[in-house]
Design a protein around this ligand. Structure first.
Ligand code: UDP
Ligand code: MG
Length: 322
């Protein structure tokens, strides 16, 4: 009996990537051909339209060949949600996640597949971004971020590891069981566990269009990482509060002795103002931080779906049902 061919699902979320659509479709074709030739894999492409308002979908539909589908979400839900939407549709033996902006190359994609197939003990191979971009300050900030977020848990969230990765079907299915509403994929991959291996790569320049990350987006996203994976910020603030209280207490004792035993009149106004301002600022910051966590808890308790599918357009051979 002939052995069943292993299957590969390629999941690629996109938002307004009309400029690169054709080139990306060609890249997928080459990947499919090479994966079939080298590893006998049978490929299906699952693209997720994360609420594009240009003609990406039309362009992709015209350019894609073979077995493919485009899951159109009802609006823009963010890349993290779009990746989940794609994984929810995937059911192959291997699942590869790629960006649609040509930053993730054919060669690296093939290398990921080869690495995973070569070692049955590994469940996930992720591409680690070795691009040193941005200022020194920014990279130090990133390092501090990962140090903090990893300081209190049983799993490590690796730096520079994004969604560009290949995993076995069992891993993809496990991942789709994590239905966090405010999603931080890097953390979720780490949380899910399994055996990972890193493969270093340099992302190419965008093939066209623009990156969807602004500085504010990045800051907001980092906060999301913290609030869904770490209590460290809360602990730090509690400790600061405690330290401030102790310092205030000591200062009070000092003033008390000065007045009682040495008759020194304490100049009240500056010290009072200082205490009021420090404590006031500290309280506000703490309130904001607690608010962040409450917001996460609120999103979870509302229990809305992570994304909503508008429809699924598909083409090619063996289009799956549903
Ligand atoms: N993307 C998406 N939804 C979004 C933002 C981005 O599906 O809300 C897609 C985007 O089209 C691309 C991938 O996610 O295929 C990576 O996005 P981008 O290139 O903006 O991120 P960067 O490469 O700069 O980290
Ligand atoms: Mg990109």
């Amino acid at each position: 009996m002939p052995e069943r061919r292993q299957t590969l699902d390629i999941v690629a979320p996109f938002l307004n990537e009309a400029e690169t659509a054709q080139a990306f479709a060609q890249l997928l074709d080459r990947l499919e051909a090479e994966a079939a030739r080298r590893f006998g894999l049978k490929t299906r492409k699952i693209l997720v339209d994360d609420g594009s308002n240009d003609d990406s979908v039309r362009r992709f539909s015209q350019s894609l060949a073979g077995s493919w589908e485009i899951v159109r979400l009802s609006r823009n839900f963010g890349k993290e949600a779009a990746v989940l939407a794609g994984l929810d549709r995937a059911d192959a033996d291997l699942v590869l996640i790629m960006d649609a902006d040509l930053q993730h190359s054919l060669d690296t994609g093939m290398a990921l597949i080869a690495e995973l197939l070569a070692d049955p003990d590994i469940d996930v191979v992720y591409a680690r971004n070795d691009r040193r971009e941005g200022s020194w300050r920014r990279s130090q900030l990133a390092r501090l971020f990962y140090r903090l977020i990893n300081s209190s848990q049983r799993f490590d969230i690796p730096e520079n590891a994004g969604d560009f990765r290949i995993m076995r079907g069992s891993v993809a299915r496990a991942f789709t069981r994590l239905r966090d509403k405010r999603r931080f994929n890097k953390g979720l991959y780490a949380w899910a566990g399994f055996r990972h291996r890193a493969l270093t790569y340099s992302p190419a320049k965008r093939g066209g269009g623009t990156s969807k990350w602004s500085r504010w987006n990045l800051i907001a996203f980092s906060l999301e990482g913290f609030t869904s994976f770490s209590v460290v910020p809360l602990r730090i603030v509690s400790l600061c509060g405690l330290a401030l209280a102790i310092a205030g207490g000591l200062y009070g004792v000092k003033v008390f002795f000065e007045v009682i035993f040495f008759g020194i009149a304490v100049p009240g106004y500056p010290s009072l103002l200082m205490a009021v301002v420090i404590l006031g600022g500290f309280n506000l910051a703490l309130l904001g931080l607690i608010g962040e966590y409450v917001w996460v808890a609120l999103s979870e308790s509302k229990d809305r779906p992570v994304y909503i599918v508008r429809d699924i357009v598909g083409g090619g051979a063996d289009k799956p049902e549903g």
